[in-house]
Design a protein around this ligand. Structure first.
Ligand code: AMP
Length: 220
């Protein structure tokens, strides 16, 4: 299996959920750029400059590339030094970022260690799922959209109350779909497709079915 797996998909496609499942199964490190940003924002010692860059997040916009690369490159370096492969979740969100990652992977002699998994989902499904997913107010775990999760009121890990994510209000959801949905993803997917490292799975299926499809494409 390749050492660097990039998971692409519109918001709500389940890339975070799938990245966590596949990382646990394959003993890879799950690197979620959104989580790295949330960890940074929870850090009491955060610099003024970083806090300013992070403010884009609460408005549904992308944060500056500079901050993403600093956090993600550091996480990749750490995992590879521990001889662990990585799954990048949400870390590539523009063609410019995709190209910059390629330069980094070439510099690190990792360009043959790359596979991109694209989880396809329509913008309509994306909107529905985002408005129905929640996060635990106590332990912070994400509770993805699924028909059974919709009925849950308490976190199954710690019993905390489940609430809507602060970046999941309808107006912000629409902004996120414009900034991170299929229109933006298409050129990124095409970029990887030309390099013959793109594998697409159908994200409209159930979580278990998508996992199965991903594990299958990772073998090839
Ligand atoms: P996520 O948890 O992946 O949904 O990310 C939450 C938010 O973090 C996004 O809406 C963006 O504001 C920001 N973010 C995460 N990854 C990136 C990235 N690669 N580039 C820019 N902003 C990002």
């Amino acid at each position: 299996m390749k050492k660097i797996l990039i998971f692409l998909g519109p918001p709500g496609s389940g890339k975070g959920t799938q990245a966590a499942i596949v990382a646990a199964k394959k003993k890879y490190r799950h690197i979620s750029s959104g989580q790295l940003l949330r960890d940074l924002s929870a850090n009491a010692d955060i610099s003024k400059q970083d806090a300013k860059m992070l403010s884009a997040m609460s408005h549904g916009r992308l944060v500056p590339d500079k901050l993403i690369f600093r956090l993600v490159f550091e996480a990749i370096r750490k995992s590879l030094s521990e001889k662990r492969g990585v799954i990048l979740d949400g870390a590539v969100r523009s063609l410019r970022q995709a190209k910059k990652y390629q330069k980094y992977f070439s510099k690190m002699n990792l360009e043959n260690e790359l596979l991109v998994v694209h989880i396809g989902l329509s913008d309509k499904s994306s909107r529905f799922r985002l408005s129905h997913r929640r996060v635990c107010s106590k332990c912070g775990i994400n509770v993805p959209f699924s028909s059974s999760n919709l009925k849950k009121k308490k976190c199954s890990e710690c019993g905390g109350v489940l609430e809507t994510r602060t970046d999941d209000s309808l107006s912000i959801i629409n902004k996120r779909i414009r900034a991170q949905g299929n229109t933006v993803l298409r050129p990124i997917a095409d970029f990887y497709d030309k390099m013959k490292i793109l594998r697409t799975v159908d994200g409209e299926k159930t979580i278990a079915a998508v996992t199965k499809d991903i594990l299958r494409v990772l073998k090839n």
